[in-house]
Design a protein around this ligand. Sequence first.
Ligand code: PRP
Length: 194
Amino acid sequence: MSAVPEVLFGSVAPEHEDPRLLGRDVRRIAFDAATLRSRVIELGQEIHDAYPDGDLLVLGLLKGSFVFLADLVREIRRPLHVDFLVASSYGDATISSGEVRLVYDPETALEDKHILLVEDIVDSGRTLRKLLTLLEARAPQSIEICALLHKRIATELAHPVRFVGFDAPNEFLVGYGLDHAENFRHLPYVASLR
Ligand code: PRP
């Protein structure tokens, strides 16, 4: 019988026997489904309150943001549009140039719109730094970031993350969109793997 993992946020749940985990040992459930749900509702209200008028375009960065974004937009009770970004980095050799290539570029024009960029997790901040440079060049009216999880270790982020779900432990987190080798994105909670 496996040990019940330590729970960082939320109640102890039977997820340690979850067949979706492929037998992997969960170190702990960092954020259970109920905890995620209640914070996403709060974030929806915070975003609603922050945008009184104007065109709001919610841009989800794939793949990691897809679960969070789907839940989040249903809690933002105002008109908005949704689109996605798929980014590909040129690799370490070109990081200093800040280059990022968009494999999928949003079809909507960004000019004069309020852009809310949605991320699952901010780790080093490198992804966001490069994307923001690219998006700011398209003259949006405003650009803000909403991240479900923030490790607070980002040294490369000049633009503050305005909407944060939770400060996250510096552990290998999976679930609710986050993966390990493409597995575990469909977990309804966030767990850390051993
Ligand atoms: C992950 C995550 C963030 C980024 C955070 O994406 O979804 O986009 O890394 O890391 P950083 O702050 O150190 O840049 P990943 O490249 O694994 O792609 P995915 O979204 O398809 O999982």
